[in-house]
Design a protein around this ligand. Structure first.
Ligand SMILES: [Zn+2]
Length: 192
């Protein structure tokens, strides 16, 4: 058995041995949702004080307002009653280190993990790769504040999102653990 598989299963056994959350309802008790990045350094349960059953946490690369993130947010309010949403990007996000062109080029070359140095990303694998990356919008980030603002704006103006849900824009600082508000984003996300 892989080391990781073994570790995860034994951690779960531990968790389940004292499990006392069976009575939780499906709708989030605190009626809010967080859209954030998948970055391993971010733990929304800890940085936002969540316990099981409290809130929806929707994660993808960058915490971007992709079509699929919006699908989840719509389900979050329409069927499960959330009333406030947070978009949380973060400092030192990997999505700032490449462009669509970079990613497409790397994938065309090989499917092996690329390496990053001061000159950017390099592919070190043997091919073949695939041109399928050309058909994906990788939703990369060139400006942190602009990206949070853009994502809040996209959610705010989506026809399936009601006007009375406030959307707050934040950047999480991986060096300090602080959530820093992006006032322009929160202003655009204000409920009406
Ligand atoms: Zn990130």
């Amino acid at each position: 058995m892989s080391k990781i598989l073994n570790e995860v299963l034994s951690a779960n056994e531990q968790y389940a041995s004292t499990f006392d959350k069976a009575g939780l309802a499906m709708p989030p008790a605190r009626r809010f949702a967080i859209l954030t990045c998948m970055d391993a350094r971010l733990d929304p349960a800890r940085f936002a004080g969540l316990a099981e059953g409290d809130a929806h946490v929707i994660r993808n690369a960058g915490g971007r307002a992709s079509d699929d993130a919006i699908r989840s947010l719509v389900i979050s309010y329409k069927l499960l009653g959330t009333r406030e949403w947070f978009v949380v990007h973060h400092t030192n996000c990997g999505m700032e280190t490449f462009t669509d062109g970079t990613m497409r080029g790397l994938l065309k070359h090989s499917l092996v993990t690329a390496t990053l140095d001061k000159d950017g990303w390099h592919d070190v694998g043997q091919g073949p790769g695939s041109p399928e990356g050309d058909f994906i919008d990788w939703l990369t980030i060139s400006d942190q504040h602009a990206a949070v603002t853009e994502d809040v704006q996209r959610i705010r103006s989506h026809p399936l999102v009601p006007h009375d849900i406030p959307i707050y824009g934040f950047i999480y600082d991986v060096a300090t653990g602080n959530l820093m508000e992006v006032p322009e984003a929160t202003r655009l996300g204000v409920a009406a």
